[in-house]
Design a protein around this ligand. Structure first.
Ligand code: GA4
Length: 305
């Protein structure tokens, strides 16, 4: 597996960050951010709460309830409702959930709320730089969707246990989380120092992303692909299991309100250009996506032929 030496690294403290963000979104739909301003202690606090939770006996973890239909809960191997499975256990919630998780729910809740607030604010900074880099006058055109009271944003913590049987087999692998694109506008991922994340390049090849526990990785989601009329593409990614180390990742998915109409921004379309997509609301996208398999291209039903 090729490593990804070319991964765009955006230093948020540098004046040209906005141009680099736009380029990374065009080339990969994926980049890493440094000097992000999210305090390391809020990251470490939530990571340690997550590790504590995942080391509880299964019966204790299941007390968090199932992750579906919607809301929050604990999932094990099954992803979504349509038969996808992976070598992963996880907590999935909306950012508004008030989860009762683990032995000290109050500690978990507090660590999660603090972390989500910091990451959401960084995601909004990135989205504002993006709008600026795209020369859109209204700088908060993307970030306002995450800031909206009604924003349908989600948060998930994944634990990929090691799978020792893989040891010694170079050509064997086990899927932790199967390939997919994220539905929302932007996803912000932080993981511990265990490898496993891979992204698909524009030519369809897969490259492995070296882990970096002090940085964040940002994915363009399907909604941002539509809002930019495909100038930015949502990135296909997956996670493979590791033979000897646990991987823990925490992902914030910044999404729009349910009633939001998702359509290309007029300011991004030239006079000759038309939308590549039929009109739809985020609610409509979600309704079809819940019937989809993980690897499906969920924008196909909304493409204009
Ligand atoms: C992929 C991105 C996020 O993890 C997620 C996932 C969601 C889920 O786990 O319930 C989905 C998947 C994700 C897209 C298609 C449907 C829904 C599983 C699945 C098969 C929370 C999300 O928003 O979409």
């Amino acid at each position: 597996m090729a490593l990804f030496p070319l991964i765009p690294v955006i230093d948020l403290s540098k004046p040209d960050a906005k141009h680099q963000i736009v380029k990374a979104c065009e080339d990969f739909g994926f980049f890493k951010v440094i000097n992000h301003g999210v305090p390391m202690d809020s990251i470490k606090k939530l990571e340690s709460e997550a590790v504590k939770f995942f080391s509880l006996p299964l019966s204790e973890k299941e007390k968090a309830g199932p992750p579906y239909p919607v809301g929050f809960g604990y999932g094990n191997k099954r992803i979504g409702l349509n038969g996808d499975v992976g070598w992963v256990e996880y907590l999935l919630m909306t950012t508004k959930s008030n989860p009762e998780i683990g032995d000290n729910p109050e500690d978990f809740r507090c660590a999660m709320n603090q972390y989500v607030a910091a990451v959401k604010s960084m995601a909004c900074d990135v989205l504002e730089l993006m709008a600026d880099g795209l020369r859109i006058q209204q700088k908060d055109v993307f970030s306002k969707l995450l800031m909206d009271e009604q924003s349908d944003s989600m948060f998930r913590v994944n634990h990929y246990p090691p799978y020792p049987e893989l040891q010694g087999f170079k050509d064997r692998n086990l899927v932790g989380f199967g390939e997919h694109t994220d539905p929302q506008i932007i996803s912000v991922l932080r993981s511990n120092n265990t490898s496993g994340l891979e992204i698909s390049l524009r030519d369809g090849s897969w490259v492995s992303v070296p882990p970096d526990q002090t940085s964040f990785f940002i994915n363009v989601g399907d909604s941002l692909q539509v809002m930019t009329n495909s100038k930015f593409k949502s990135v296909r990614h997956r996670v493979l299991a590791n033979s000897y180390k646990s991987r823990v990742s925490m992902i914030y998915f910044g999404g729009p309100p349910m009633s939001e109409r998702i359509a290309p921004l007029p300011s991004l379309m030239g006079v000759e250009q038309t939308s590549l997509y039929k009109e739809f609301t985020w609610y409509e996208y979600k309704a079809t996506s819940h019937k989809s398999r993980l690897a499906d291209n969920r924008l196909v039903p909304f493409e204009k032929i």
